[in-house]
Design a protein. Structure first.
Length: 412
């Protein structure tokens, strides 16, 4: 069981945290959490016997000695602090989160992640205790810091878990108008949207690592699939991608190339699939101008809200269950979170990915996603063709959750 021990100064948050926990229970998002007041005067969170300390002060109350500790400092920025000064502060101290940084048309929460500043933009500040209560609740439920900060800034009462996109703040994406207006300098530019994928051809979405598998699956009637070659030093890389794209065209399939967007453009692929780390590396304008579709991976609230601003062709939600096919940056999301993410992304086609096999396919499909991405469930099946037919049968016969959304919503 996770344990959240509040400092005496934060003990007044107990009642609001209990409200947050009750709201989460209604969506089956909660985890067992032991709540108490810590007499040491330090707010502490214990997860899997690992301890993380939190300190809540205004920025003016902090000193260098405090900031050099291992605690995460959640500080309210001074009213006269500029965005640039806030960025410089979080760049200097990786364990600092600055709240309520005043911007031209609203406010920012700014922190550091992988040596880059990250920020949320919002116009409604709300009560500080309410913010801290949701933040600590989300952290106790093992949401990463970026998701916990996003949930904490959602403009809903603490008796309600946020589910609507309009409830949430906007993560700042480098190169966007909002980033530029706040003084974030970047050469990155993004198109307004990417070409749409044919949602009627989604459904079962195998992800494989060779042209041989591409050809086998196309012959079996698969209409959407992905080539994911992990080794960039593969001497046959370009030839495999070229041949796979040719096969995709021959069978009129939606073939996505993972990572190698330059080669996907060169040989006229249907689309590319990229991760979050590619957003500041890949030439999005070139991908869009070439008419390629774009699928993007996400692992939680912050990333979903961040990339939905790009209007991608589909959003991948994962990983849902434990998987060994690749090293993952996050913990398994599970079905309850997937259901919430699906509602948040209802204007886009969605692909559930990560540990999905025949025994799990029905419950995942019921959440209302547009597609199930599979790897070993097909490639390691004793009879891949039979496995594909079993997946399709499950998906054809399983009713899904209905979400009201845009024209791209598969569940309408």
């Amino acid at each position: 069981m996770n344990a959240l021990h509040l400092s005496s100064e934060q003990s007044s948050l107990l009642s609001q945290i209990e409200l947050c926990i009750n709201a989460a229970k209604q969506l089956q998002l909660d985890r067992p959490v032991e709540l108490s007041t810590d007499l040491t005067g330090q707010t502490q969170l214990w997860i899997d016997d690992c301890n993380q300390q939190f300190d809540f002060k205004s920025f003016s109350e902090l000193c260098d000695a405090d900031l050099l500790t291992t605690a995460i400092h959640i500080a309210v920025a001074p009213s006269d602090m500029t965005v640039l000064e806030a960025q410089e502060s979080v760049a200097q101290y990786s364990n600092l989160v600055l709240l309520n940084v005043q911007a031209d048309s609203g406010f920012l929460d700014i922190w550091q992640f992988d040596s880059n500043s990250r920020a949320l933009f919002y116009t409604h500040v709300g009560e500080l205790d309410s913010h801290h209560a949701m933040l600590l609740t989300a952290l106790a439920f093992e949401f990463p810091l970026e998701d916990a900060l996003t949930l904490a800034r959602a403009n809903v009462s603490r008796e309600t878990w946020p589910t609507e996109k309009s409830d949430f703040p906007t993560p700042i994406l480098p190169g966007t108008r909002l980033a530029q207006s706040l003084g974030w300098q970047s050469d990155i530019t993004y198109p307004e949207k990417f070409s749409t994928t044919d949602e009627s051809k989604l459904g079962l979405y195998p992800v494989v690592d060779s042209v041989e598998w591409i050809e086998k699956l196309l012959v079996m009637g698969i209409t959407t699939l992905q080539l994911r070659i992990k080794d960039p030093e593969n001497p046959n890389l370009e030839r495999e991608i070229e041949r796979s794209i040719q096969l995709g065209h021959r069978y009129k399939a939606q073939l996505y190339i993972n990572d190698y967007w330059q080669l996907a453009i060169k040989y006229g692929a249907y689309g590319v699939h990229l991760g979050q780390e590619d957003l500041e590396i890949a030439d999005m304008q070139a991908i869009s101008s070439a008419g390629l579709r774009l699928g993007l991976s996400t692992h939680g609230y912050y990333e979903i809200l961040r990339i939905s601003q790009l209007n991608p062709s589909y959003i991948a939600l994962g990983h849902i269950f434990p998987t060994t096919t690749k090293e993952m940056p996050s913990k398994p999301q599970g079905l309850s979170r997937l259901t919430c993410y699906r509602q948040l992304t209802r204007d886009f086609p969605t692909v559930a990915i990560g540990g999905i096999n025949l025994s799990r396919a029905e419950v995942v499909w019921k959440t209302g996603v547009s597609s199930l991405a599979v790897v070993r469930a097909v490639t390691e099946a004793e009879n891949p063709h039979k496995a594909i037919q079993q997946f399709k049968q499950i998906m054809n016969q399983t009713p899904q959750l209905a979400f009201r959304g845009g024209s791209n919503d598969a569940a309408d």
